[in-house]
Ligand binder design. Structure first.
Ligand SMILES: [Zn+2]
Length: 173
């Protein structure tokens, strides 16, 4: 995060103090994160959270975490301004849906691979003269083919498993 807000001259207030029409003190908590050349950044955060809440949240954090907190508040505020109903939850759930679709595709592809390996396995064993003479061989290959019908059940398990993991990691951050 740029900390050049003050370097433009001690007299020029940061974007927050300018909007709040107050004097920008030397130790202004907003100044490092809300430079005067980006007034919209503070405007949306102020609109959604309120300047005094932003102030409080920043004061409660150690200085090395404030820049990340400001980025996250600006992101949340902009999302809330764009989408007053869902805010950034709208983006999260749309990404979650994409993850679900991709997990399903992945599970289907993995099941396909398993299915193809099984077919390869049976075909190499059919060539084997010891097994080819075995009268049980055609029925065992038919049995393996029927596994393609249980494939959908198998892939459902995979999807649920992965989707849960992804859900947790998305919501915990
Ligand atoms: Zn200030």
């Amino acid at each position: 995060m740029k900390e050049g807000g003050r370097k433009q001259g001690a007299m020029s207030p940061c974007a927050a103090c300018k909007l709040l029409r107050r004097r920008c003190a030397q130790d202004c908590v907003f100044a490092p994160y809300f430079p005067a050349d980006d007034p919209q950044k503070f405007a949306s955060v102020h609109k959604v959270f309120g300047a005094s809440n932003v102030n409080k949240m920043l004061q409660e954090l150690p200085e090395h975490q404030r820049s990340d907190a400001v980025s996250s508040m600006v992101y949340e505020a902009n999302a809330r301004v764009r989408d007053p109903v869902y805010g950034c939850v709208g983006a999260i759930s749309s990404l979650q849906q994409q993850v679900d679709v991709l997990q399903t595709q992945l599970a289907l592809a993995q099941a396909e691979v398993v299915h193809m390996r099984m077919r390869q396995f049976t075909s190499t064993h059919d060539v084997d003269p010891a097994l080819a003479s075995n009268s049980g061989s055609p029925s065992s290959s038919r049995q393996l083919m029927s596994n393609s019908q249980t494939k959908s059940l198998f892939s459902m398990d995979l999807v649920v498993d992965h989707a849960n993991n992804m859900g947790e990691s998305l919501w915990s951050c």
